[in-house]
Design a protein around this ligand. Structure first.
Ligand code: Z5A
Length: 208
């Protein structure tokens, strides 16, 4: 059985990850590719409980190290219980955020030690990495303005502009990995979908 393809979508708040995941789903469905969609933090019952803790704006005393370990605890469960089994069955997996978000938010946003994150990554995931990553990139102010229409802010959304600018820089530094495709998320939805579709179509062709 041929393994599925592991696709991750990254970017700061409000760049359009959920919107574009819906477009990728439509494309895979039309091509008859079996897939599941999931998200981080979360994706399994245990990981969703950890997500609730991480996003709870009342958890004001959470230490940066505790946050980092919770993010990776949720991810270890997610990868072992959901992502790897799906890939083994030949399903493609679309994941809203993955490890690049930890480097961007915990490493650059919170300014935690990058080498510590690398060690935790190795412990939690070994060498497991996505096959292809789309980084949707946009000036932070635009993404936050798009997302602010949604109401109450969670623990991350309550951070200031400087925090989100560091996060964006972190994503762009991480994007030097070969697997990452940077998409200008400032264009129209149709343009962005078209760019992503070109890469997905190429993957489908080489996978079949
Ligand atoms: N986090 C972490 O710290 N460390 C980690 O390792 C991981 C996560 C994995 C989870 O948030 C939080 O966890 C996250 C980082 C932290 N916090 N923050 N901030 P999440 O992923 O669940 O939520 P989010 O990043 O806040 O996602 P979002 O706000 O839902 O954004 P989005 O999915 O990228 O955007 P969207 O919902 O698709 O679009 C937002 C709006 O813009 C919507 O009204 C769209 O219709 C509109 N939109 C989208 N595209 C366009 C274009 N092209 N033009 C105009 N309007 C558009």
């Amino acid at each position: 059985m041929k393994k599925g393809c592991f696709i991750t979508i990254e970017g700061v708040e409000g760049v359009g990850k959920s919107t574009n995941i819906a477009a990728i789903e439509s494309l895979l469905r039309a091509e008859g590719i079996p897939f599941i969609s999931t998200r981080e933090p979360g994706g399994t019952p245990l990981s969703e409980k950890i997500r609730a803790l991480l996003l709870d704006k009342n958890e004001t005393a959470m230490h940066d190290k505790a946050e980092l370990l919770l993010v990776f605890a949720a991810r270890a469960q997610h990868v072992e219980a959901l992502i790897k089994p799906a890939l083994e069955k030949g399903q493609w997996v679309i994941c809203d955020r993955f490890t690049d978000s930890s480097f961007a938010y915990q490493g650059f946003g919170r300014q935690s030690d990058i080498s510590l994150i690398e060690r935790v990554e190795k412990l939690a995931l070994g060498d497991f990495v996505p096959d292809i990553t789309f980084l949707l990139d946009l000036p932070v102010e635009i993404g936050l303005a798009r997302a602010s229409k949604r109401g109450e802010l969670d623990r991350f959304e309550s951070e200031d502009l400087e925090f989100f600018n560091r996060v964006r820089d972190g994503f762009l530094i991480r994007a030097k990995a070969d697997r990452t495709i940077i998409i200008d998320a400032g264009g129209s939805l149709a343009e962005i979908e078209k760019q992503i579709a070109i890469h997905i179509q190429a993957r489908i062709k080489s996978w079949r």
